[in-house]
Design a protein around this ligand. Structure first.
Ligand SMILES: [Fe+2]
Length: 245
């Protein structure tokens, strides 16, 4: 059995609306570990409009690194075969690529893949435009939780179009187990059936409600869409991304 890789997770404490403190992070890491997740890329939110100025951004980035180091120290002893990496979940804004190149925000594990989120009702035009701009600059965008956006729920062909533009597509594990009927469920099923999805991640925010678990979703995906595709979704594709293949 392969170990899971979680590419989208808010278990790094004190930096966003995820883990509040060191102890919550520790509990989240233990939950993930027990669930079979052995590699986590922390993806704290980066919402440029929330910062007052460049100093504020610098201070945020210092905190990311310091808190990551504290957790790495902890796992070295407590969970020695756990790998911790860093990225960001970057909220859509006008020039994401210059925010990355000026080191205001981060790609996944310092590679060329960048996890991007949109607001639920972001227009097709804005989604398409931002994906095109990022790929033109040599970045490989990963769209976080595709199941959240009305643009995709209303138009499956648009999802295909965006994929053809070079975006990778991520779905939250919780959405796979939670949504059974309705528009979101239909989008998820269709996207998985046509193998358009690249990664399934936890998007975990705490140790009680949105917890870092993949095994339940993995079981369901394996049963409905086959072992080979499940392996790609829960390990292989994420492995390529963190190694920047
Ligand atoms: Fe997230």
């Amino acid at each position: 059995m392969y170990n899971f890789i979680d590419l989208h997770c808010h278990a790094l404490f004190g930096v966003d609306d995820g883990a509040n403190d060191f102890d919550t992070s520790k509990r989240m890491l233990q939950i993930a570990y027990n669930d079979g997740i052995k590699t986590i890329c922390f993806t704290p939110h980066f919402k440029i409009h929330k910062f007052e100025d460049d100093n504020d951004i610098e201070e945020y980035n210092d905190r990311l690194v310091q808190n990551l180091e504290r957790l790495k120290e902890y796992t070295k002893e407590a969970l020695p075969d756990m790998t911790l990496l860093l990225g960001n979940e970057i909220m859509f804004h006008s020039d994401i690529s210059s925010s990355i190149s000026s080191k205001k925000c981060r790609t996944i594990n310092q590679g060329t893949y960048a996890l991007i989120e949109f607001r639920p009702n972001t227009s097709k035009f804005d989604i398409q435009n931002s994906i095109s701009r990022l790929t033109r600059k040599g970045y490989k965008p990963i769209i976080a939780h595709i199941e959240r956006y009305t643009a995709f729920a209303n138009s499956f062909s648009f999802l295909r179009e965006i994929k053809e533009l070079g975006a990778s597509l991520q779905i939250n594990a919780g959405s796979i187990t939670k949504f059974k009927i309705g528009k979101t469920a239909r989008l998820i099923k269709k996207a998985l059936k046509h193998q358009l999805v690249d990664i399934i991640s936890t998007d975990a925010h705490d140790d009680k409600v949105i917890i870092p678990c993949l095994s339940k979703a993995h079981k369901k995906v394996e049963k409905l869409y086959g072992k080979d595709y499940a392996k790609k979704l829960f390990h292989d594709n994420a492995f390529s991304i963190i190694n920047n293949d």
